[in-house]
Design a protein around this ligand. Structure first.
Ligand SMILES: [Zn+2]
Ligand SMILES: [Zn+2]
Length: 138
């Protein structure tokens, strides 16, 4: 595949991105350096990088497709409030997870978890106990 400076920049940005960014977020950052690049160009480059196996496409966010530069095997948990995605590195036993009735030999799995992150939990907790959580006086 022919490498363009744009694609190099996208790949470089993704390598440092730890937050599983969406195409729009990536476009926002890349366009600071390449103001003439269109969203379609960024998107097509992302698609190509995914096809080549350089990045992974994540479909657990109902709002938008997200991208992961880490192509090693891992699972994800997404916060339903703020959309933060974190990696989960753990092995789930396929043998016990797939029902016997399903007569497939399962070879791999990807598990998506949905929940509320620590930051959002703290925020909603604070709102509920607003009266008592006044903070320390100096
Ligand atoms: Zn959150
Ligand atoms: Zn990941």
């Amino acid at each position: 595949m022919k490498t363009t400076p744009q694609r190099t920049e996208i790949a470089r940005f993704l390598k440092r991105a730890r937050n599983h960014p969406s195409a729009l977020e990536i476009y926002g950052r890349i366009s600071q350096k390449f103001p003439n690049m269109s969203f379609a160009t960024v998107y097509n480059n992302l698609k190509m990088l995914a096809e080549k196996g350089r990045i992974k496409t994540l479909d657990l966010d109902p709002q938008k497709t997200r991208f992961d530069p880490d192509v090693s095997k891992h699972h994800h948990i997404i916060c339903l409030k703020c959309g933060k995605i974190e990696d989960i590195r753990r092995k789930y036993r396929i043998k016990t997870a797939v029902p016997k009735k399903c007569r497939y030999t399962a070879l791999s799995n990807t598990v998506h978890f949905y929940g509320i992150c620590a930051g959002c939990k703290k925020k909603s907790g604070r709102r509920r106990t607003k009266k008592t959580a006044g903070g320390k006086n100096k």
